[in-house]
Each structure stands twice: as C-alpha cells, then as structure tokens.
Design a protein around this ligand. Sequence first.
Ligand SMILES: NC(=O)c1ccc[n+]([C@@H]2O[C@H](COP(=O)([O-])OP(=O)(O)OC[C@H]3O[C@@H](n4cnc5c(N)ncnc54)[C@H](OP(=O)(O)O)[C@@H]3O)[C@@H](O)[C@H]2O)c1
Length: 287
Amino acid sequence: MLPLEGKVAVITGGTSGIGACTAEVFVTNGAKVVIAGRRQDRGQELAGKLGDAASFIRTDVSVEADVNGMIDHAVGCFGRLDCLMNNAGMGSRYAAIADVDLEQFDAVIAVHLRAVLAGMKYAARVMAEQGTGSIINVASVNGFRAGLGGYYYSAAKAGSIHLTRCAAMELGEKGIRVNSLSPGMIATGGFAKNMGMQPDEADGHPEYAEAAISSVVARWQPLQYVGRTDDIAQAALFLASDASRFVTGQNLVVDGGISAGWPIAAVRPDRELFFRTIQASLSAHSA
Ligand SMILES: NC(=O)c1ccc[n+]([C@@H]2O[C@H](COP(=O)([O-])OP(=O)(O)OC[C@H]3O[C@@H](n4cnc5c(N)ncnc54)[C@H](OP(=O)(O)O)[C@@H]3O)[C@@H](O)[C@H]2O)c1
C-alpha cells in the first residue's frame, strides 16, 4: 500500500516550485490532491497532468472566503481532508529598519501568517469531524535564524513556526497533527520573482536560483549541493503520512545543515588565525 493511499491533501501555492513538486510526489504516493493558487492556467495545466487524482481551485490565500472555498472544494471533490500544506508564499526584499514599508509588511504577513491561520481554521473543522489530519505549515530557516532574510519575511515565518506549536497544543486532542517544515535554500523561481521577473518566466528558470545558491553554498551550508524541491516534498510526504503519527508541534528543518552551525569552510581561516594567535602569545609568554 502506498503511504498516502486513500488520503486527500490540499496544497496552497501548488502552481509552482515546492508546492507543485509536492503535489506530484503526493499523487505518486497514492493521494488525491487539490492544488490552490492564483494562476488559473498554470494550475489547471498541472492538475490536468496529474489526472483524476488532482483538482485545481483558484485561490488567493490572503482572502478568507477563498481559503474557506478551497477547503470546501477538496471535500466536495474527494469527500474528505487528511492534509493541508500551507505553502503559498512570496519573497520580500531586504530593507533596513529606517526604510521599512509597513504596507509591504502587511502584505507579507497576510500571505505567510494570516493565511496560515485561515487555512488551519477551515481545515481543522473538517479534520476534527474525521478525528484525524495533518497540517504542514511551510516556514523557513529565516523564521528562527536571523541575518539572512528581510524583516517582513523572517518575522512572518517566525510567527508561522510558533502558530504551529500553539495549534498543535489545541488540535492534538482532536487527532490533528500540526507541524512546520522549514526549508533552507531551494532552487525555485521564487527568487527571480522576488527580483521582479514575471512569475511564469521565473518558474521556467530555477537554474538562476541554483547558480546564486551555488555561489554561496561553500560558506553557508555544510552539505555542498543545492537543495531541490524534491528534498522538501519528501519531508512533506513524511509529515503527511502515518509514518509521522507521533510527531506534532515540531519544526522539521530541511536545509543542508545551514542552521546547525558554521560550515568548516567558513570558519577554517578564523580557526587557524585563532590558534596561531594563541600559540604566538604562549611562545612570547614562555620566552
Ligand atoms: N525556495 C526557497 O529557498 C524557500 C526557502 C524557505 C522557505 N520557502 C517557502 O516555500 C514556499 C514555496 O516557495 P517556492 O520557493 O516554491 O516559491 P514559488 O515557486 O514562487 O511558489 C510560491 C507559490 O505561492 C503561490 N502564491 C503566492 N501568493 C499567493 C497568494 N496570495 N494566494 C495563493 N497562492 C499564492 C504562487 O502561486 P500563484 O502565483 O499561482 O498564486 C506559487 O505557487 C513559500 O512559503 C516560501 O516562503 C522557500
């Protein structure tokens, strides 16, 4: 039996990148999937490729009525709801504190945090009646490690990680597991979109992100290869399946080791400098 046999999942931001890859992996593993996003043509094309096991619904996750309609659509199409992956997102450019734009902050919070709460609100109703369900909130290493991401994005992702824990505390007694999944640097079109490229064009060129990630990977990440959408989809598969039946309230980090510490390539010169300096001091002392 496939790990997601008989299960129904909704994936927001399923029209590209991590969400689209996860939709494919879920279907391959036996699930029925609702793909949600704003780009109708792209969403329908992707759902069409996945066949009867998939359906697309146009959804802007920053609109509560759309989120409600998305959950109703899943139940209407496939009769139940076992997994909600709150994955929709956009990047945000770095701005210094003096230059922050509060309207942009609100827009980022609306998609990365408010929509996560809205998704859980409508999904939990259905899952509670079933007595089972798994909610996966896609966060980021920027949600718990400062310095790499911009203020709006990092704060929204931090909020999403803690919202996950809070919801897990309430929903556990109803049989619903809630976890966040925090990717590191993953080669998707998201980065080029954030730099102003048209979404469809950016999604066709993940290699731009791959080149940018490759340029810093040696100093930022202990594993010396670029993260792919499938790395996140496989972790989502684990969280959606019964293999993770005892896992809730956790933040599963899939980042090539970025958040674990300083890669040796980054600290080697400083480590050598440190030991040379202390050696010189000791030699001077004993002379
Ligand atoms: N790539 C990385 O390195 C990385 C790292 C950490 C975390 N993440 C997170 O992973 C998630 C997916 O990102 P990705 O890299 O796969 O980027 P992506 O390919 O640009 O995917 C983002 C998705 O979100 C959808 N979306 C954006 N705004 C939406 C809205 N208002 N309503 C509904 N859907 C919306 C987009 O679809 P439409 O345009 O069709 O609406 C798109 O399908 C995001 O939450 C991101 O923050 C990514």
